[in-house]
Design a protein around this ligand. Structure first.
Ligand SMILES: [Zn+2]
Length: 160
């Protein structure tokens, strides 16, 4: 695996101290998804002295140089991903959590409404999830998905 210095040089980015520190944090763990604010927090905890603006700039420069990938999730919420291979994501509303989905897990059929003169350069999907609460609608939909029959909760209690 390449070291931050080599990653930056290969991408044509001058390996400044701050870029090196931030790249070291980002690439320290593989498959990491981070927002700028999370990286800023991580930098502070790691005694890397940078401003939030510097973190934003560096992440955008890294994404422009294709060494990380942008995942726009919501208006104003962008995750950055160290896995630059094509794949999809689940985003869990209310938990600020993003989960990888393999590129083969979603398939498309009969999609040929592409404007003349264009080709599809990539398809990356963010599927928004909400944690299933204890509402009857939620329980029924999960049960239906799993082909389980549900008993109304107040019907004869069972001794197991
Ligand atoms: Zn990912």
């Amino acid at each position: 695996m390449l070291r931050p210095y080599e990653i930056l040089l290969k991408a044509g980015l001058r390996p400044t101290r701050q870029r090196l520190d931030l790249a070291g944090l980002i690439f320290g763990a593989s498959g990491r998804h981070l927002t700028a604010k999370e990286l800023y927090q991580f930098a502070r905890e790691s005694d890397v002295s940078v401003s939030l603006a510097t973190v934003y700039n560096a992440l955008n420069q890294f994404a422009d140089a294709s060494i990380i990938k942008r995942i726009p999730v919501d208006r104003g919420l962008v995750y950055f991903d160290t896995d630059i291979n094509a794949h999809h994501h689940f985003y869990v509303d209310g938990e600020d959590r993003i989960i990888d989905i393999g590129s083969d897990a979603i398939s498309f059929g009969g999609f040929h409404e592409i404007p003349d003169g264009y080709v599809i350069s990539g398809v990356e999907i963010v599927i928004r999830l909400q944690r299933c609460g204890q509402t009857s609608k939620c329980i029924a939909s999960v049960a239906e998905e799993m082909s389980i029959e549900t008993d109304p909760p107040d019907e004869k209690p069972s001794d197991i």
